[in-house]
Write a protein that binds this ligand. Structure first.
Ligand code: AMP
Length: 429
């Protein structure tokens, strides 16, 4: 199905073409006509399926389709009244959605505000007060600003709850309830979630009217282009194994997941010691530090990005070659989300998990969850008897006197060589 047949506004269609998309992804093909027809929608799709454009394109179409809010809303000339609102769980996801909006709305004269914590409130308050067509926000900061009467949502027509499951996990439900209460009842509401749990279902009853449901792939179905491997490794050898694996120049853009912020910092220090460039992304870092880290990774200035789960939500970086679960995730959903960072938009990627004795239970649950086994492998050329260069934690075995081979210094490998690029080749999963 070509994009043209969706009947989007010409200026949006032009921007989509300029983005290089040749055809809609399955979620886009299924969701966009329903949204354009004015239905509320439940979208069950994991990241990497093109779900952001699935709600952004019809939302922009609504904004492009004339100044319903501006003309009829009675606000002064030139003063935009906010007609659309997107709520997302993290600052990174807000920034990501904003990037998408900026790309697809490049030929439209729209005013957009992003609202999230960790930075000064003032410019956000000012933007809301001056009037914007579209607000993209995290619930916490938006609640604060609404409490200060900065936002006028009386003309709101369109609400998106993105990654609703994660917003619930993060305890945003009370804020979301308060925000939605302040919106007009007559509006179109879209809800996107990776799973359709009981909690999500009750949320849809609360906020939506006769929603249509569009489901692409199963939550428990990681992208098929991702090769999944588990390396069994004692905890104290994880740093050495990571350094060993990174000797492979194919691992040219690597996202490493740590369970804790402290652990993430430790991994970066270790990589730094052996001359591997890396940056960290976790919630103890300021917004500017996080954006800088992400940019350095995207631009290829650093080869490895070490992140915690929450900070990694919304990361949309093309060409990630490998995801490494340095710490195996406790929840299977997190695993699927993590490895969704590679193999995005049908690029080829690998997901590597380090498995210590404490991870056998979660690994078993995961295999049940995704409906298949994960290949266990020994890392080629890695000396499993080697001593760790890290101090041992309580209860870990004594190191032997051997040491892991230091990495061979090499030129920085070429980036993005694995990416297939181009159009959307994925079928319905
Ligand atoms: P998302 O699931 O929204 O995070 O999108 C995943 C990736 O797919 C992003 O890098 C998008 O730029 C890309 N993408 C979205 N729609 C299309 C499309 N129709 N064709 C090719 N790539 C797309």
């Amino acid at each position: 199905m070509p994009f043209l047949s969706l009947g989007l506004d010409d200026r949006i269609f032009k921007a989509v073409q300029e983005a290089g998309y040749t055809e809609p992804t399955p979620i886009q093909a299924a969701a966009i006509p329903e949204i354009l027809a004015g239905h509320d929608l439940i979208g069950i799709a994991q990241t990497g399926t093109g779900k952001t454009a699935a709600f952004t394109l019809p939302m922009l179409d609504l904004l492009a389709r004339g100044a319903v809010g501006r003309a009829a809303g009675g606000a002064g000339a030139g003063q935009a009244r906010t007609r659309t609102l997107v709520l997302a769980p993290t600052r990174e996801l807000v920034a990501q959605i904003h990037e998408n909006v900026a790309a697809y709305a490049r030929h439209l004269p729209l005013r957009v505000a992003t609202v999230f914590g960790g930075v000064s409130e003032r410019p956000q308050m000012q933007a809301l007060r001056t009037g914007v067509d579209l607000v993209i926000a995290t619930p916490g900061r938006l609640m604060d600003l609404m409490g200060q009467r900065c936002a006028d949502f009386s003309a709101l027509e369109f609400l998106v709850l993105d990654e609703a499951d994660r917003m619930l996990d993060m305890g945003f439900l009370p804020s979301i309830r308060k925000i939605v209460k302040a919106l007009p009842q007559k509006r179109q509401t879209l809800l996107f979630s990776a799973t359709l749990s009981k909690e999500i279902e009750s949320l849809t009853h609360e906020f939506q009217r006769h929603p249509k449901t569009v489901q692409i792939g199963r939550r428990s179905n990681p992208a098929e282009t991702v090769t999944q491997i588990a390396y069994e490794v004692p905890k104290h050898l994880k740093p050495a194994l990571l350094v060993h694996l990174l000797q492979d120049p194919q691992m040219n853009m690597v996202l490493v997941f740590s369970r804790t912020k402290h652990g993430a910092d430790k991994i970066t220090r270790k990589l730094d010691q052996v001359g591997i460039t890396s940056a960290t992304l976790h919630s103890n870092r300021s917004q500017n530090q996080r954006l800088r880290a992400l940019k350095a990774f995207k631009d290829g200035e650093v080869r490895v990005l070490v992140a915690t789960d929450i900070a990694a939500r919304g990361i949309d970086v093309d060409g990630i070659s490998h995801v490494v679960n340095y710490d195996f995730p406790m929840h299977s959903e997190d695993y699927v989300h993590r490895i969704g960072r590679t193999g995005r938009a049908q690029a080829i990627g690998d997901a590597i998990s380090f498995i210590s004795s404490e991870d056998y239970g979660p690994l078993k649950s995961l295999e049940k969850f995704i409906g298949r086994g994960i290949t266990r492998k020994k890392a080629e050329g890695f000396d499993y008897n080697a001593a760790s260069t890290e101090p041992r934690e309580h209860g870990q075995p004594r190191p032997s006197h051997q040491r892991a081979k230091p990495p061979v210094p090499r030129d920085p490998p070429a980036r993005g060589g694995q990416r297939r690029g181009g159009g959307w080749r994925g079928g319905r999963r």
